[in-house]
Design a protein around this ligand. Sequence first.
Ligand SMILES: [Zn+2]
Length: 396
Amino acid sequence: MDSSVYVFVEDLRGEGVERVLDRVSGYGVSGITVGAVHHASRDVTPHGLSRLTIRHDGAHFTPPPELFDGLRLAPVPGYADAFDGLREACAKRSMKLHGWTVFLRNATLGTEHPDVTVRDCFGDRGSLTDLCPAHPDVRDYAVALARAVARLGVDSVVAESLHFRPLKPQRSFVPLGPMDAYLFALCFCDYCMRRATDLGVNAEVAREECARIVGGVFDGDPPAQGEVTRAALTAYAGPDVVAYARARSETVTTLVSEVASAVADEGSKLVFIDSTGAVKGYTDGLPTPGLAAHDAWQLGVDLVALGDLVPAFGVLAYARDAARVADDVGAYLRSVGKDREVRAVLRPGHPDSDSVDRLVAKARGAKAAGALAVDFYAYGLVPHPVLDRIPAALSL
Ligand SMILES: [Zn+2]
């Protein structure tokens, strides 16, 4: 079975390319998925150069200038030399190299250009981290960025955050229910509203409804009960809001299609990852009941449509339970099409896997459900003894 380990450029800089690759290839893994474009973060890194690693928004290579000529948004410079010699070092070990690319989560670009970020139903731009996939400048940037990563000679461009994102306030003492938070996260920028209007949706009514409902909770109304489903959302917010939310998938599908074509043009292939599995299980490995494939529409991700446009998908199988991992992979394949490559992304340690047996069970479940690959997340974030579980998970 194909496999890879996710690796941060800070891991390579800290421990050195040769040492990291020797270790990873020793696990019997067939490739590495390196963070070519990543977002700012502050992470505990148990065997890193520093034990607390500060990451900045950045593209960790030198982008070909002609790709961004005339574009308003250009990659934020990162470690320009991170990919130097990396392909050769992988080839020497017969390992594949994948370029992990975070597209629309970028607070540096959003702070510099607030008008390209999402705008909520009240007209506020409070999520400068989230670039709106409907904005033409963001779309041009995403396509050029995909080409730039593909030109590094990677076997695939692994796309993260190439869709709408959920709301992530740092503090909220208002008890917003899942549906309230969902309505509050919807983007009502001019471009999103225009696209929805073109599809026959009454975008202004949808915006007013969202503002009325969320504003009501801010004023003391009880929050919504229950998870977000189309039926529950229709009952809670009305058909215009549901139609508006569903119209977002056209925005995302067309963008992903352009990005996939650009990557293919450059001789690589796109692996699309939607964040639904992380939204559900990131914190504790106990995902909310709906399967990721069934709830991906909430972020504007139409997996059935994307199945015709994208060759490969990564499923963030952030769950403790092996049966849940198998169910998520199976549902994904039924959505994108059985002939598509589906890769299960597993966390080999906390909070998903408390033992080698559990990790093995999940890899086995993913394979039985039809996954063609397992990827392990992530080299620098987990202790060496946890990484040492990987060989057992690959010897199925
Ligand atoms: Zn928008």
